[in-house]
Structures are given as structure tokens and as C-alpha cells.
Design a protein around this ligand. Structure first.
Ligand SMILES: Nc1ncnc2c1ncn2[C@@H]1O[C@H](COP(=O)(O)OP(=O)(O)OP(=O)(O)O)[C@@H](O)[C@H]1O
Ligand SMILES: [Mg+2]
Length: 264
């Protein structure tokens, strides 16, 4: 369970460039909820995820994760409980290490990290099983440097690594946006599998409204740092892209036509 109360974040507060990126956001995300997050450019989606991950401390408000107030916890402390995947496939893995070594590092998350990145035989078997589930043939390239993989393969591996030690919260920030449509579909399938298998509490930012409708049991729309739509379960299943487009027009008017949401 994630609880945000009056969560507020300014950038450049007090200067001419002041931006109120999150405006007293209050949100409760239940255990196992899969929330898709939409909103136009600059709406505050990434800031919301960064605030949860502890990239910055809020100017106001609090954050509770599974009954512990973690508002003052630094990012590295939260990283033990929070898995993240970003848009850039290069960010989640280390190019100069093999798939095996990357997975060994991920398996140590939340535990005291040793100096080496040795892989025990027991772990190796588990890693190979996990890779097989991806159905990308990565198990046959176990010793290959991750730098040689495609963006999609890397993103699939990043998904595995972010969830290898079960996170209390999974944050996905447009994690398929840099991929071609077919590969994006593949990664979404993998995402759905992993989230379902582990019943992960998940927030997924996307610009693609079809994705936002198809995945998850709840959808929120941000606009100028505020949640302006929060729809779940049956109501979400009935929701159509047209409904979302109408809502966007309502809040943005003509500015909406220039948003890259339309291109998704
Ligand atoms: N590090 C930063 N310094 C200054 N301003 C920032 C910073 N990060 C975000 N902002 C501003 O805060 C607002 C929200 O940005 P954010 O990145 O959260 O939007 P977003 O919804 O993720 O948009 P996009 O769809 O373009 O990714 C924007 O006005 C942005 O310019
Ligand atoms: Mg963003």
C-alpha cells in the first residue's frame, strides 16, 4: 500500500522559472494495484514517480509505503524496496557486464553487496529459468555482454532485474516508448506477466492511451501536477480512447493537438 498525502514539489521555487510540478497530490495505491498514469507533456508524471523513488524530497506532504513513513528516506534506501524501469533501455543494465553478471547484481538488491559479482551455480539455474520465461532466447546468450543486445532485449532484461528481488513497488516510466511497436508489445506482455505472477503494486506511465486502457486495474490522469481523473476496475474496463481524448480536450483545448500523445 502506497499513500501519498498532499505531496507537493516545486522546481526553482521563488524564481521566475518556478514550476509547481506536483500540487498537493493525494493518492492511495492498494497492494497489487496496477495503475497506469497518463497526462500531457509536463503534467508531472515523471515527477510523481521520481518523488516515490526518492529522487528528491517533497516540499510538502508525506509518503507511506506499507505503513512505514518513508518521506525522509534517501533514494538508495528506498531502492531496496522499489524497482524502476525507465524509457532508455541503456539505463537499467550495465553494458560491459554479461547477462549473467547483470542478473547477479540485481539478485543482490536489498542485501549487503559484496565486492565481487560472482555467480553461484544455484543462482545460475534460477537466472536461466527466468530468462526462458521471457521467450527471447536470452538464456542462450547468458555470457554475452549486455552491450550487444538490442534495446528490446535489454529492456526485457531490465524488467527481470527490477523485479528479481520482489519490489514492494514497481515504477515504470514510459518503459516501452523508445521501442518499435512490435517490441513494445512484447515488453508490455512481459510486464503484464511479471506483475501478475508476483502481484506487484505498479505505477506505469505511458503516452499510449491504448496501453493505459489495456493494462492495469486503475488509471489516473495528471494535469498540471494534479490528478484530474482516477478510474478503476469495471469503470476502467468500459473506458474508451475517445473518452480519454475528450477529457484531454476538456482540460487542454487546442494545445492538445500538439501533444505527442496523439502520435502514440
Ligand atoms: N529537474 C527539473 N528541473 C526543473 N524543472 C523540472 C525538472 N523536472 C521536471 N521539471 C518540470 O516539472 C514539470 C513536470 O515535469 P515531468 O517531467 O514530471 O512531466 P511529465 O508528465 O513526465 O512529462 P513528459 O510526458 O514530457 O515526460 C514540467 O514543467 C517540467 O518542465
Ligand atoms: Mg516524463
Amino acid at each position: 500500500m502506497v499513500i501519498l498525502k498532499n505531496f507537493t514539489k516545486y522546481f526553482h521555487q521563488g524564481s521566475v522559472n518556478e514550476v509547481l510540478a506536483l500540487n498537493r497530490v493525494s493518492l492511495e495505491v492498494g497492494q497489487g494495484d496496477f495503475v497506469t498514469v497518463i497526462g500531457s507533456n509536463g503534467a508531472g508524471k515523471s515527477t510523481l514517480l521520481n518523488g516515490l523513488a526518492g529522487t528528491f524530497f517533497p516540499d510538502q506532504g508525506s509518503l507511506t509505503l506499507n505503513e512505514t513513513d518513508i518521506s525522509s528516506w534517501p533514494e538508495h534506501r528506498r531502492a531496496k524496496f522499489i524497482g524502476r524501469v525507465f524509457q532508455n533501455p541503456l539505463l537499467g543494465t550495465c553494458a560491459s557486464l554479461s547477462i549473467e553478471q547483470n542478473m547477479a547484481l540485481a539478485a543482490k538488491r536489498g542485501r549487503t553487496r559484496g565486492l565481487g559479482i560472482g555467480v553461484r551455480a544455484r543462482n545460475r539455474a534460477v537466472f536461466i529459468e527466468e530468462l526462458k520465461k521471457l521467450d527471447l532466447g536470452l538464456e542462450d546468450r547468458f555470457k554475452v555482454g549486455v552491450g550487444l543486445l538490442s534495446g528490446g532485449q535489454r529492456q526485457a532484461l531490465t524488467m527481470l532485474m527490477a523485479t528479481m528481488v520482489r519490489p514492494e513497488l514497481l515504477l515504470l516510466d514510459e518503459h516501452t516508448a523508445a521501442l518499435d511497436p512490435k517490441t513494445a508489445q512484447q515488453i508490455l506482455g512481459i510486464t503484464q506477466d511479471i506483475v501478475d505472477r508476483q502481484s506487484l503494486t505498479t505505477l506505469m506511465v505511458t503516452h499510449n492511451m491504448n496501453q493505459a486502457l489495456k493494462l492495469g486495474n486503475r488509471l489516473i490522469m495528471l494535469h498540471r501536477g494534479e490528478i484530474i481523473l482516477d478510474i478503476r476496475d469495471e469503470e476502467k474496463r468500459k473506458l474508451r480512447v475517445d473518452d480519454l481524448v475528450a477529457r484531454f480536450y476538456e482540460v487542454q483545448g487546442e494545445a492538445f493537438t500538439s501533444d505527442r500523445m496523439l502520435l502514440a
